[in-house]
Design a protein around this ligand. Structure first.
Ligand SMILES: O=c1[nH]c(=O)c2[nH]c(=O)[nH]c2[nH]1
Length: 281
């Protein structure tokens, strides 16, 4: 029996990097997590223990820190591209380099109406994300948002669904809609300014979520994706993942207190998971 090596890759994951960019009047603080993954001629390493074509993952990690000094200045997309290019152009055994970056946003503290020059507050769970994959001829860039925790207290219903012998869920025309949204979009035309594009897409996602009269998470998800494609000609398609963070009305009637849709119990698990790719015809 002949056994052979299938698709393989290796790299360094979860490289934590913080950077201060010092301007005369204030500092910028950036915090990112970088994952590097390389594909190429690594057969001998797996089958013969020959490491002569292996750039250690420790070196990959060091490279991320070293190149960040001069090349992480603007968007995570630009830095990820620079890193992918670096591994591809300096290592001839590498055929595909994938660099994923998650940015943990920090904002300068707003104190007495002014942004503090060097004190920051975390943007919470939300992250800006990118995955850049590059080989000798192609580059693919996917940008996105992860763990965007959003909630609305009305304009969300869930009614007229299938009821069978196992259904216990009550119909509601006024519930809490909460989700920790993941969005990932790809480009027909790469933007000149990834950050401006990101801010604009994030704004459309939030605006649509807030304004939508929802009959289901599915419908709101589609409306959010549709709005992004309608307002951003350069975006080819968008993938959205919206876990339904259920907020179940707490039974106050057991204490003879009238239920007025004010007191809920948030449950983490199990949760509904709604996902779709919205694309152009
Ligand atoms: O918006 C929803 N979509 C569903 O598919 C679903 N299923 C469920 O139990 N609650 C909800 N809510």
């Amino acid at each position: 029996m002949k056994i052979r090596l299938g698709e393989n890759s290796y790299g360094k994951n979860a490289v934590q990097l913080s950077k201060i960019i010092r301007h005369p009047a204030y500092h910028e603080f950036r915090q990112i997590t970088v994952n590097v993954s390389l594909k190429g001629d690594f057969e001998e390493a797996h089958t013969n223990g020959d490491n002569s074509k292996i750039l250690p993952t420790d070196t990959q990690k060091n490279t991320v820190y070293a190149l960040a000094k001069d090349h992480f200045k603007t968007s995570i997309e630009d830095f990820a591209l620079y890193l992918a290019n670096h591994f591809l152009s300096t290592q001839e055994q590498v055929t595909t380099a994938t660099v994923e970056i998650l940015e943990h946003p920090f904002q300068r503290m707003l104190l007495d109406g002014n942004e503090h020059p060097h004190a920051y507050i975390s943007g919470g769970s939300e992250k800006r994300t990118t995955i850049v994959t590059k080989d000798a001829v192609n580059v693919s860039i996917t940008s996105g948002i992860a763990d965007l925790l959003i909630l609305k207290t009305t304009d969300s219903a869930f009614e007229k669904y299938i009821k069978d012998r196992y259904t216990t869920l009550k119909e509601t025309n006024d519930r809490i809609l909460a989700t920790k949204c993941i969005a990932r979009w790809t480009f027909d035309k790469l933007p000149a300014d990834y950050t401006a594009q990101y801010n604009s897409i994030r704004d459309v996602l939030l605006r649509t979520f807030a304004g939508h009269k929802s009959f289901s998470v599915q419908q709101t998800l589609f409306a959010m994706g549709q709005a992004v494609l309608e307002t951003h000609a350069g975006v080819r398609e968008i993938y959205l993942e919206m876990p339904n963070k259920h907020h179940i009305p707490f039974n106050l009637e057991q204490f003879n207190i009238q239920h007025e849709n004010e007191i809920f119990i948030a449950t983490d698990e199990p949760y509904g998971l709604i996902a779709a790719t919205i694309t152009r015809e």
